[in-house]
Design a binder for this molecule. Structure first.
Ligand SMILES: [Zn+2]
Length: 212
């Protein structure tokens, strides 16, 4: 059997919608788990939109228009770097730490060289270990979406410790409504993680600055 086409996948989803074009909230799905942020009663999905002719364009799809086309440009929120990778603080953040990990040169995940892919693996392990060493973090979450920008940017999230409701992927929805972590707390967390990564991986730490 051949891999399924995009049209075939979409047709099956569309066939499951009601007269308004909405999919049902499935009982027993993650939407009824204790970690889902919303009460299922009264909740409904948006109507299914028509299929797009092509994938939407992303920022920096043409490397000449990407941020990396400006040599030496400091990435905002940089807290650690070496010649090939930059670790950045996302600020403000409602989580103890939200970080981007990006290659300096223009690559998407699937275009990494073997050497960069190997180093990415080591970095993800190092940053995750540093995040989980923070007292306010229970687990490091790691994600790659790549739907908005073509230049690889891995997300690393510090999931707050000992708040079981915040486990799993629904953390992203919770985080939209959690209060922001004060800048000085965020910077102290970031400096700790950057220092640990420098011990593991070499490179240099960069002090986070207000408004970064
Ligand atoms: Zn780029």
């Amino acid at each position: 059997m051949k891999p399924e086409s995009a049209e075939s996948y979409y047709a099956r989803v569309a066939a499951a919608t009601d007269d308004d074009g909405r999919l049902p909230v499935v009982d027993g799905s993650a939407m009824t788990w204790d970690i889902f942020p919303f009460e299922a009663a009264g909740l409904r999905l948006k109507p299914l939109q028509p299929m797009a002719d092509t994938e939407p364009p992303r920022r920096g799809e043409d490397p000449a228009t990407c941020w990396c086309a400006t040599p030496g440009a400091e990435r905002p929120g940089t807290i650690w770097r070496n010649d090939r990778w930059v670790l950045r603080l996302v600020e403000p953040s409602s989580l103890p730490l939200t970080l981007f990990l990006e290659p300096v040169a223009h690559h998407d995940l699937t275009g990494l060289t073997s050497e960069l892919a190997a180093e990415l693996g080591q970095l993800v392990v190092s940053v995750s270990g540093a995040l989980e060493a923070l007292p306010s973090v229970g687990r490091a979450h790691v994600a790659k979406y790549g739907d908005g920008a073509a230049h690889l940017h891995m997300f690393l999230f510090g999931r707050p410790a000992r708040v079981p409701q915040l486990r799993g992927s629904p953390l992203q929805d919770w985080s939209e409504c959690l209060p922001p972590v004060p800048a000085d707390v965020l910077h102290a967390n970031a400096a700790y993680v950057a220092g640990r990564v420098a011990v593991d991986m070499g490179g240099e730490t960069v002090a986070p600055t207000a408004g970064s």
